[in-house]
Design a protein around this ligand. Structure first.
Ligand code: DX5
Ligand code: ZN
Length: 217
């Protein structure tokens, strides 16, 4: 069954602790932490202090998505006992293999993300070493954007490469994911679905999570 990682970018920041407790109770698998620096993407979100302030509320691990330039400088800040994944952008890392190694050296799983304009072929050399590939299905920077349907093809391509070569990485999709497209993404091979608005803007988060996961109530 696909796992779900709600993005707290869509939560009410004034009550982030209880928002996080609510989605954990609702059955999410990870907390997706969207970090934006106003340089790699045209928006600023929050840093590691906000994530760490949630330690008493989150009962599932963090899935950290760094949409920042020079991520090597900040990796360590996001390493906690509850950090499962740290994902960096292929487009922001001139030495991507080194950056992925740095993440792994901290005992955290390493992910690489590609923007909608970056083809899967760019990842050929790193696929044997990554724990996760995050396919952006919107241009990163903002929550609540429209899903770009062409990105589903990349999920199928990655799934085929994984099967053909015996690779072990997980495939995550992020941006505009809802119960309208989650079935397609799961059938293409997605393992983890990120959903911000579709979870947090729904009054019953448990129901929203079940619908995205395609679990019958
Ligand atoms: C976009 C972020 C996403 C986004 C998801 O830059 O990486 O995680 O906030 O939010 P929705 O599901 O609202 O598109
Ligand atoms: Zn994200």
């Amino acid at each position: 069954m696909a796992k779900i990682a709600p993005s707290i970018l869509a939560a009410d920041f004034a009550k982030l602790g209880s928002e996080v407790a609510d989605i954990c109770k609702g059955g999410c698998d990870f907390i997706h932490v969207d970090v934006m620096d106003g340089a790699f993407v045209p928006n600023i979100s929050f840093g590691s202090a906000v994530m760490k302030s949630l330690n008493g509320y989150a009962t599932v691990p963090y899935d950290v998505h760094l949409m920042i330039e020079n991520p090597d400088q900040y990796l360590e800040e996001f390493v906690t006992d509850s950090t499962a994944y740290i994902t960096v952008h292929y487009e922001a890392c001139p030495h991507i293999c080194r950056t992925l190694s740095h993440i792994k050296e901290h005992g955290v799983k390493a992910g690489v993300s590609i923007n909608p304009g970056t083809p899967v072929s760019c990842l050929e050399a790193v696929l044997p070493f990554v724990d996760m590939v995050l396919v952006m299905s919107v241009n990163p920077g903002f929550g609540g954007q429209k899903f770009i349907p062409e990105t589903a093809k990349k999920v199928s391509q990655l799934n085929k490469l994984r099967k053909d070569n015996g690779y072990n990485f997980e495939i995550e999709v992020d941006g505009g994911v809802s119960d309208k497209n989650s079935g397609l993404l799961i059938s293409c091979g997605a393992d983890i679905l990120v959903a911000g608005s579709a979870v947090f803007k729904h009054e019953d988060r448990a129901e929203a999570i079940m619908r995205i996961k395609k679990v019958d109530a």
